[in-house]
Design a protein around this ligand. Structure first.
Ligand code: PLP
Length: 372
């Protein structure tokens, strides 16, 4: 994750939100409770309150969150689950774990999230067991319309919020729109642990109870397996304590990300480069993603001057080697996006000077001088 670039793609110091985490960890070490203890309980309660949902259930990672969400909703082998093809493959991985089938639909050309029109067409064909919408790059999808379409069709909606902790539209946070919201606390996420972690959130007490059983062997109580399909996917106390300490500063960290994104977009306004829309409350700038037909050349130019960049994501799900030979749909918008997207450094702790360095490097590439 960390590298020696002048402007790296991730900062461990920035990710700590200015908190000394060592005493937090020491407290857990001394407590003697390490898995699903009081820190997990306290974090679950705080995270649910922050999101405005009834229940949060800590799990081991974001991919398990998606898998457990599907399982709690009763999705099983052979059933079809709608998801977008440009969102990193996490949804498809979770769907495949259940023996279910990803029904990949195309994305909106402006915001690169699940297209409501494409979703409506897929739902119209029938036979859809669930829908996963990913709030990609930190920007909320058209979740009001998507939720309405799902409700009309009687199909449960799962929000993948692994890049959108704290995003809010019409007073409602990402994760509070669907039947279940799924989060990852991988260290680079907007709310990150010092290792793996995840959560599943819901307003439905019955779903929450199933999720709590499924994350721990399917137990209704200790050593009594009552639900099929249970796994071991628990959140540990060290990670929960870190997340609990960081949560009160999440909104400020998101504001810092947004301010960096706004600086980039202002600076790049005259360049032949597609920039994301100005980040509002419903965009927590998890990634600052530009689009250009000259991606590989721009990336090489940035690397040469010490500016790290990444591609999220180079291959749409249906072009992944694991699906080679299977009949796959044509998804022109997703395919073009995957060929053009480039993520620039955007995270708390990135200094003004570093942001200027990124801006200068991008301007230099397009117009041959620093400052565009
Ligand atoms: C990171 C991520 C995941 C997976 O989370 P893990 O904790 O790495 O399993 C799922 N969906 C999206 C959109 C992500 O960015």
């Amino acid at each position: 994750m960390a590298d020696a670039a002048a402007v790296p793609f991730f900062s461990a110091r920035g990710a700590a939100f200015g908190i000394d985490l060592v005493p937090v960890l020491a407290g857990v070490v001394a407590s003697g409770r390490y898995v699903l203890g009081p820190q997990v309980g306290a974090f679950e309660a705080a995270f649910a309150r922050y999101l405005g949902v009834a229940e949060a259930v800590g799990v081991a990672n974001g991919t398990d969150a998606l898998t457990l969400a599907l399982r709690a909703l009763g999705v099983g082998a052979g059933q079809r689950v709608v998801t977008a093809a440009n969102a990193g493959g996490y949804g498809s991985t979770a769907i495949a774990q259940l023996g279910a089938v990803p029904l990949l639909v195309d994305i909106d050309a402006d915001d690169l999230t699940l297209s409501p029109d494409a979703l409506a067409a897929a739902l119209g064909q029938g036979g859809v067991a669930a829908v996963i919408v990913t709030h990609l790059y930190g920007r909320m999808a058209d979740v009001a319309r998507i939720a309405a379409l799902c409700q009309q069709a009687g199909v449960p909606l799962i929000e993948d919020c692994a890049q959108a902790h704290g995003a809010r539209r019409a007073g409602r946070r990402a994760g509070a729109w669907g039947a279940i919201g799924c989060f990852s606390f991988y260290p680079t996420k907007n709310l990150g642990a010092l290792g793996d972690g995840g959560a599943v959130v819901t307003d439905d007490a019955g779903l929450a109870e199933r999720l709590r059983a499924l994350r721990q062997y399917g137990w209704a109580r200790k050593y009594e397996v009552s639900l099929p399909g249970g796994i071991n996917s628990r959140l540990d106390e060290l990670q929960a304590a870190v997340l609990l300490a960081k949560l009160p500063r999440l909104d400020a960290a998101n504001a810092e990300r947004r301010a960096i994104a706004a600086r980039y977009s202002t600076a790049f306004a005259g360049l032949p480069l597609v920039c994301p829309a100005a980040p509002d409350q419903d965009h927590v700038a998890h990634l600052y993603v530009v689009r250009t037909g000259q991606r590989e050349r721009l990336r090489a130019h940035l690397a040469a001057v010490g500016v790290a960049s990444e591609v999220h994501y180079p291959l749409p799900d249906h072009r992944q080697p694991v699906f080679a030979g299977a009949a796959m749909p044509q998804l022109p918008v997703a395919e073009t996006a995957c060929a053009e997207v480039l993520s620039l450094p955007c995270y708390p702790g990135l200094s003004e000077a570093q942001v200027t360095q990124v801006i200068d490097a991008v301007c230099d590439f397009f117009v041959g001088r620093r400052r565009c």
